[in-house]
Design a protein around this ligand. Structure first.
Ligand SMILES: Nc1ncnc2c1ncn2[C@@H]1O[C@H](COP(=O)(O)OP(=O)(O)OP(=O)(O)O)[C@@H](O)[C@H]1O
Length: 448
């Protein structure tokens, strides 16, 4: 028993509950073939920290792969054939694994518990490694030590499941190393405008080190507002922006940006039925925007991945704005939701401070607006989203009257309700909602 020798860890001793979780996963695999596929998606062999559990897992998976029965008898026979049965505690131990499955437990939650504890053990190992790097002051200078520590953390975030690296995956860190070596720290260029004049007059734009939140009910236009700001910052201000999207694919985001920049309606881009004029507009805008520093990522799945990618790209490119679309999608469901969302917003706030850049995060609201007669969102509608209401420096709530009433005399308008502004006044800014072009624009009143 104890930690696997290969871990080389002084910290990662297995706790009784972690042993129980590993046993339960293996037991669940021997109870149901359906469970095996679900578990294998989440848990890899090296997630098991008890060595004999790795052997049982490998044998069970091999039987499953050959479409054979997976039960204690078959697994015992397979292990016996490999000369590993005694090392695994014999047939009685395999039978005891079945008894270790808690009544009513889902295989997925059991698998997640094992993957989670494996990741924690790796985190402890990395922590230990970082302490050793930090202490070796006769070997490395402080700056190199920080880079080594960051590399250790990146490896953990990107390969928590222990998969081998592909060559293309290794190219990126290599490029980062080559490009960041000897490059001065990017200078912070202060606050930036959002491109919505009235909003900029009220807030001064987005400030370094702040967490800014766009809140709204589904389909109200949160992504449209975030993309309006992203386009302005990247295309008009030429400042490097990284947009994390999870629900909407990067291709769809690109389509929405193209619609807004070329002023060709989204449904026309989707249908492919472009007129000659549309093609001309699209071609011009593609050439105008071919080098804008806007990066779109639809692969990050957790806040840890967002942090790792952001740090890596910041070292390489000097990021100036991060956008996260949207907070709730980056909760992994391992813990109570309120706590996870609180952790995510705190992490984003810390990241904004650490990198001295603004972060703009989209958040869903609870059903509060639907329960009020005027449907206007309020700060308190963020209440279910962890501590975002407290952590945010600026909260902009999006509201469109025509979303609730198609006959509204305010059709085509959106209110951007600045419901929280830590360093200034709150107010409402009204803009034109051109959703078919995926953009919000200032309302220009004809001069008298
Ligand atoms: N071609 C179009 N013409 C008119 N309106 C459109 C078009 N395409 C999308 N819309 C509208 O734009 C709105 C979607 O905006 P957006 O995706 O920014 O909302 P959201 O608040 O981010 O939504 P979600 O919570 O679903 O992510 C919807 O109301 C949708 O009906």
């Amino acid at each position: 028993m104890g930690s696997e020798p290969g871990d080389g860890s002084i910290f990662a001793d297995l706790l009784p509950k972690e042993i129980a979780a590993e046993k339960a996963v293996l037991g669940a695999m021997m109870l149901s073939k359906d469970a095996i596929a679900e578990i294998a998606d989440i848990v890899k062999e090296d997630n098991f920290r008890e060595p004999r559990h790795r052997l049982v897992y490998r044998a069970a998976l091999s039987l499953f792969g050959h479409d054979e029965r997976v039960d204690p008898v078959q697994v015992a026979a397979a292990l016996h054939g490999l000369g590993e049965l005694d090392e695994c505690g014999g047939a009685p131990y395999l039978v005891s694994l079945i008894d270790a499955v808690p009544v009513g437990a889902s295989p997925i939650s059991l698998a997640r518990a094992v993957a989670d504890s494996s990741l924690r053990a790796r985190l402890l190992d990395v922590g230990h490694k970082i302490i050793k790097i930090a202490a070796a002051d006769d070997v490395t200078d402080a700056r190199t030590a920080v880079e080594l520590a960051q590399a250790a953390m990146h490896e953990l975030a990107e390969h928590g499941d222990g998969d081998p690296f592909t060559y293309p995956e290794l190219l990126q860190p290599l490029l980062d190393d080559i490009e960041s070596t000897g490059k001065p720290e990017p200078a912070t260029r202060g606050h930036m405008s959002t491109g919505i004049d009235d909003l900029d007059r009220l807030t001064g734009g987005l400030w370094p080190g702040t967490l800014n939140v766009i809140g709204g009910r589904p389909s109200i236009g949160k992504t449209t507002l975030a993309l309006t700001i992203a386009r302005h910052v990247a295309a008009r201000l030429n400042r490097t922006t990284l947009y994390f999207t999870r629900e909407t694919s990067k291709n769809e985001i690109a389509r929405r940006i193209a619609a807004a920049e070329a002023r060709v309606p989204l449904h026309i881009l989707r249908s492919g039925q472009l007129s000659d004029d549309d093609w001309t507009k699209l071609a011009h805008s593609l050439s105008d925007t071919s080098e804008i520093p806007l990066y779109i990522d639809d692969r990050a799945r957790t806040i840890g991945e967002i942090r790792a990618k952001t740090r890596r790209m910041h070292a390489r490119l000097g990021l100036e704005l991060i956008i996260v679309d949207y907070l709730q999608l980056f909760a992994n469901g391992y813990h109570e939701r309120y706590r996870e969302l609180s952790d995510i917003t705190r992490d984003l706030k810390d990241l904004a401070r650490e990198l001295a850049i603004p972060i703009l995060a989209i958040s869903q609201l609870n059903r509060g607006p639907e329960q009020r007669t005027d449907h206007r969102p309020q700060l308190a509608d963020l209440r279910d989203s962890g501590t975002v209401e407290d952590d945010a420096d600026l909260v902009i709530l999006v509201y469109r009257e025509d979303h609730y009433d198609r006959e509204s005399p305010r059709a085509g308008e959106a209110d951007l309700i600045v419901a929280k502004h830590r360093h200034g006044p709150t107010d409402v800014v009204t803009v034109a909602a051109q959703l078919h072009l995926s953009r919000f624009v200032d309302i220009v009143f004809p001069s008298a």
